[in-house]
Design a protein around this ligand. Structure first.
Ligand code: TXA
Ligand code: MG
Length: 361
């Protein structure tokens, strides 16, 4: 199959509408990551999404709507918490779990009695749904397990030849997938952290909680099963061996030098803040090892003080390591408050190993 990449205009929107009606999939930009869309009522479209992504069938999809869409065919009830959260944060990077309507296929929900719904704020996502009049199921438009796509080029990389159309809307502004909140329980529970942070939700619901599975760093404690089925899979992983650590520059420098000396890698990708980068380079210079830094490929995450930028850049950096054939990658563990919770949830999930202060390696 030939995959077309088109800018969003009347002609490409018309084509997208036709494809949805034929049970086809179309990738489109949202403010979080690119989604692989199908008409939420098309069994064939839903099936094609799972097929194109190679996605496990028990991992349910999010239904996307545009402002003003009727929720009746999607949910059987809008809980009060959901109403309040919608009024406050929609359109935006927030997905709400509600009881599902009969009309929603079990293939959308992976057999669950609930359904995930989100109203994205990206103008092109809205336009697509308003133009076609269709609610769209859309997982992130990556091959299952790879970092989510934040540009049309990322989608092309994974799904070229597997889907007919990618609508190109430039890079995504948030860069991490939406926050998921379960509104079928009281208090509401965050199942996946995102740009709408737990702190923001607690301004409305101080008793709001986070699924304990979100914080679990290594194997999940006995009896802890994530409520969002997708959260149990290793995710976002680059092909190279990624170590994420909260240790200081001296540790990073030591590990990296050792890897190079032992021939574990020829080059190492270093995904750290500007601040840690400067410290690592200082350690090398003090030791008068001028050559080694050339083998360290620093990917720019920006300053620690700008988590928005880190969120926007992280997935692209993980993909870049693959593109450049780097087999060894080091990443910095950031503070988990605010948006840091979502950043670290993804970074740890992507990692092959965590080296944390006060823990055995
Ligand atoms: O930002 C986003 O949410 C992006 C863009 C494209 O909108 N979409 C996205 O979809 O991240 P996906 O399929 O990659 O992740 C959906 C997550 C999965 O972890 C899935 O298990 C969870 O939502 N989910 C879907 N329906 C659910 C339900 N009824 N109950 C609990 N979790 C659910
Ligand atoms: Mg995904």
């Amino acid at each position: 199959m030939q995959t077309q990449v088109l800018k969003v205009n009347e002609a490409s929107l018309t084509l997208a509408g036709e494809l949805f009606h034929q049970g086809q999939t179309v990738a489109f930009p949202t403010e979080t990551v690119y989604g692989l869309g199908a008409w939420a009522m098309s069994e064939e479209g839903i099936r094609r999404i799972y097929e194109a992504k190679g996605r496990p069938s028990d991992n349910p999809l999010i239904v996307h709507i545009a402002p003003g869409f009727d929720l009746t065919p999607i949910v059987s009830e809008v809980p009060d918490t959901a109403k309040t959260l919608m009024d406050t944060f929609w359109p935006g990077p927030l997905t709400l779990i509600m009881p599902k309507a009969e009309t929603i296929s079990d293939h959308v929900t992976g057999g669950l009695s609930t359904v995930a719904v989100r109203e994205p704020s990206h103008p092109l996502a809205m336009k697509l749904m308003q133009f076609t009049g269709l609610p769209l199921v859309a997982p992130s438009a990556n091959t299952s397990g790879r970092p989510s796509p934040t540009t049309a080029a990322h989608v092309y990389e994974d799904l070229n030849g597997k889907i007919p159309l990618i609508l190109d809307g430039g890079p995504c502004s948030v860069g991490l997938e939406s926050t998921i909140v379960d509104c079928t329980q009281d208090p509401p529970m965050v199942l996946r952290p995102g740009a709408i942070t737990l702190e923001m939700i607690r301004e409305l619901y101080p008793e709001a909680v986070e699924d304990p599975a979100v914080k679990a760093l290594k194997t999940l404690p006995k009896g802890v099963v994530p409520k969002a089925p997708g959260m149990k899979y290793r995710h976002y992983a680059p092909k190279g061996y990624l170590v994420v650590s909260d240790e200081d520059a001296v540790h990073f420098a030591h590990w990296m030098r050792q890897d190079l000396e032992e021939g574990k890698a020829k080059r190492i990708a270093v995904i750290v803040s500007d601040e840690l980068k400067a410290q690592i380079l200082r350690v090398y210079r003090q030791e008068r090892d001028e050559k080694t830094p050339g083998k360290l490929l620093f990917y720019p995450l920006g300053s620690r003080t700008d988590p928005q930028k880190i969120a926007r850049t992280l997935f692209a950096d993980l993909r870049r390591a693959d593109d450049e054939g780097v087999t060894r990658i080091y990443g910095e563990a950031f503070d988990r408050s605010g948006l840091g919770e979502a950043i670290m949830n993804r970074f740890y999930k992507a990692s092959a190993e965590k080296r944390l202060k006060g823990e055995q390696a």
